[in-house]
Design a protein around this ligand. Structure first.
Ligand code: SMO
Length: 730
């Protein structure tokens, strides 16, 4: 499919044509099949690399093979002589460009320069040093071989290895109550250290950008992005070109997971080249380039202590989070460090608390948000502590949680960082999980299995998921023929926005989908917006759409066939964050001779407030669980001591596959959020938050006969086998 069909494929006719069977119920709460899927599963999608440009130039990057060093010299003359090479640019050519805006969510932040191409120094393996524009992609690769670069290597500063204290880029501390006294008075305490593997978000579609250059010196930028409006704003600011000259369109996006929320140096360079050479250009990243230079997630190391009484009542919490950063900061680089701390103590009743978060720059790829973005870190830390406390007191894991979970009467509650947990029934979710997993019978089963010599275990986790602050906008028009045209400022990264948002419109106007035309992901046809991130687009973007639709209906006096077009644009701001939450129980077993861990069953209870489309909510939970299992069991970006990337391909970086998925039982609860018009809460990140903590707790439970108290993810066969050998040796 070409882009013109993508732009029009939301037309009523096409919907009819692509949708079978026709469903009579299309409003809020219906499991409507995704309109998006028919073209996507038939290979008729239009991703950025499919966008047809007229005679584009292909961009190829020469990348640093050194993690840190001084750029001594570069000779591009032989490469420039190649017939199909139109231009080669280096750091000098782009050193005058502006910097990327970084969200300064933390109190103390110092932002390093944003390098479009390395200039004087290189600061990470894979950093672009030169950009080649050639008539064919092959010519660009040929040119790479002819460029001679001389880099004077220097030692690399790596996360947790040889931190350079000069490179502290962010820091903040919080305090609530009197933690010192709480720790003195409490009869018990436990401490844990948890480490998150550094992860590559790995959407199926790598980064991609295609820039159509227009005669009047403007561009249409097709960008695989979850934030098209932000991309336009940043391109305009960095390139110092008026925003009117830049249209950004995000067509079909093949996943993003936080990795496509900020603008990359490669993308800025590609648009700069289009203006410089007055020609259309494109760049499509390879998997290797994405692993090298797209943003990574997680990688934090946290230490915490929990003080508690002999009856299991939690008294105080002290936590320190250290978050790794790369050599430049994407827009949301501080968000994981912020969330990892400000969410504490999660769903639990602890008043006396102190927490700090720190981030250091290092000579590695940038680190940014990845599905969950600090929520898995906060959850894993709390759940490891809670489990350790239960073990110390020999208390049942459900019981100790129930004792300390906030009750409905205690919500809303403002936590130590000033965040407000809005609503929910945490104890009810826990009870529901206990019943639906048939916990008592399961415990008996585990005891039997252990008697038979199996290493089997159960692990519990309870998570909360704050899902986004601020505003989104929407434009809705009702036409005299009874049809509706709507546009959202948020966008889709492949998660069914066009279906869910039509459901909201269908509900308000009582119209079938065939009467609704919907636009997203285009800065020209859609109002300003933030984007598809932080599990926020349904709660906030959906509320904006509902508000605009209701205002249109009010203006027409309730008629869906007004005398003339009625259009309303709203900028909707929610009244605070909606917090999804849930609890997961994992049943696992370990093969003692090899250390291989199998997740046999995962039971999930999630409350995402009002569900627009329950089937898509389940899909989000499944996808999140898959990525959570990836983190728990196998994924890890690794650098050697010189800063060389050891996991530069999917042969070295292990992603979960279908047969790694456990028997998954998903139950849903609904407590509508009072903070937005729909009552919706985020669920996009739920599985990545809940699954790792449940699996790690289950692994430690299975290994409890060996008195193994600490294990770090990923729980590969090797890591577990080594832990078993150590334990047996003692
Ligand atoms: S990690 Mo997300 O796309 O805010």
């Amino acid at each position: 499919m070409n882009i013109f069909r993508w732009l029009t494929r939301n037309s009523p006719d096409r919907n009819k044509e692509s949708r079978a069977p026709v469903l009579s119920e299309t409003g809020i709460g219906e499991s409507v099949r995704r309109l998006e899927d028919d073209p996507l599963i038939r290979g008729n999608g239009c991703y950025v690399d499919d966008v047809p440009l007229e005679d584009p130039l292909y961009i190829t990057f020469l990348r640093s093979t050194s993690a840190h060093g001084t750029l001594q010299s570069m000779d591009i003359s032989d490469a420039l002589d190649l017939p199909d090479v139109e231009g080669i640019f280096c750091g000098d050519d782009v050193s005058g460009l502006g910097d990327l805006a970084v969200n300064k969510i933390l109190k103390d932040m110092s932002i390093p320069p944003y390098p479009v191409l390395a200039h004087q120094t290189v600061d990470a393996i894979g950093q672009p040093i030169a950009g080649i524009a050639a008539k064919t992609a092959q010519a660009g690769l040929d040119a790479l071989d002819l460029i001679a670069v001389d880099i004077d290597d220097k030692p690399a500063s790596l996360p947790f290895h040889n931190h350079d204290p000069q490179k502290k880029a962010l820091q903040q501390s919080w305090r609530g109550g009197d933690p010192e006294t709480a720790f003195q008075e409490a009869s018990h305490q436990v401490s844990v250290t948890v480490e998150h593997p550094r992860l590559a978000p790995s959407p199926m579609e790598n980064r991609a950008i295609a820039v159509q250059y227009h005669q009047e010196d403007s561009v249409t930028v097709y960008l695989s992005s979850q934030t098209p409006h932000r991309a336009r704003k940043e391109l305009s600011r960095i390139l110092q070109i008026a925003p009117e000259k830049i249209q950004v369109i995000s067509p079909d996006v093949g996943g993003a997971f936080g990795m496509k929320a900020s603008l990359y140096p490669e993308e800025v360079f590609t648009v700069w080249t289009a203006f410089k050479l007055k020609q259309s250009v494109k760049w499509t990243s390879t998997r290797n380039e994405d692993l090298l230079s797209a943003s990574h997630g997680r990688g934090a190391r946290s230490r915490a202590s929990l003080a508690f009484d002999a009856d299991g009542t939690f008294r105080g919490l002290k936590a320190e989070i250290e978050a790794p950063l790369g050599h430049w900061l994407p827009n949301s680089a501080a968000i994981p460090a912020w969330n990892a701390a400000r969410i504490l103590p999660g769903p639990y009743r602890i008043n006396d608390i102190e927490a700090s978060t720190t981030g250091y720059l290092s000579h590695t790829a940038p680190v940014g948000i990845y599905r969950g973005a600090g929520r898995p870190e906060a959850t894993l830390l709390m759940e490891r502590l809670v489990e350790a406390a239960a073990r110390k007191l020999q208390m049942d894991p459900f019981h100790i949680r129930k004792l300390n979970l906030l009750t409905t009467e205690e919500l809303p509650r403002i936590n130590m960082a000033g965040s407000t947990l809005d609503s929910g029934d945490y104890p009810a979710a826990l009870e529901r999980l206990k019943n639906s997993a048939q916990y008592d019978a399961l415990c008996q089963k585990i005891i039997r299995r252990r008697q038979e010599g199996d290493l089997a275990g159960l692990g519990l986790s309870f998570y909360v998921e704050p899902c986004g602050q601020g505003w989104e906008s929407a434009t809705v028009t009702l036409h005299p023929n009874g049809k509706v045209t709507a546009a959202t400022g948020t966008s889709s990264q492949g998660h069914g926005r066009a279906t869910a948002f039509r459901q909201i419109l269908s509900e308000v106007f009582d119209l079938p989908f065939s009467e609704i035309t919907f636009f997203q992901g285009d800065t020209n046809t859609c109002p300003e917006g933030i984007g598809a991130l932080a599990s926020r687009s349904t709660a906030i973007g959906g509320s904006a759409l509902k508000q605009a639709a209701e205002q249109v209906l009010a203006k027409s006096g309730g008629s869906v066939t007004p005398a003339q077009d009625i259009t309303v644009t709203v900028k909707y701001e929610n009244e605070g964050e909606a917090w999804g939450y849930g609890c997961y129980l994992a049943e696992i077993s370990i093969d003692a001779p090899t250390g291989k861990l199998t997740v046999e069953k995962l039971t999930c209870v999630d409350d995402a407030g009002t569900l627009i489309n329950p089937m898509m909510v389940e899909g989000q939970i499944m996808g999140g669980v898959a990525q959570g299992i990836g983190e728990a069991l196998m994924e890890q970006i690794r650098y050697d001591e010189s800063g060389q990337l050891l996991t530069g391909s999917l042969m070295d970086y292990a992603l979960p596959r279908a047969n790694d998925m456990p028997d998954l039982h998903i139950e849903k609860m609904t407590t509508p959020s009072p903070k937005n018009l729909l009552g919706a809460k985020g669920v996009g990140e739920a599985g990545t938050i809940g699954a790792p903590a449940a699996i790690l707790n289950a692994a430690l439970d299975a290994l409890s006969p060996y008195a193994i108290e600490t294990l770090q993810m990923p729980l590969t066969s090797e890591n577990i086998w080594r832990a078993l050998q150590n334990a047996k040796g003692h």
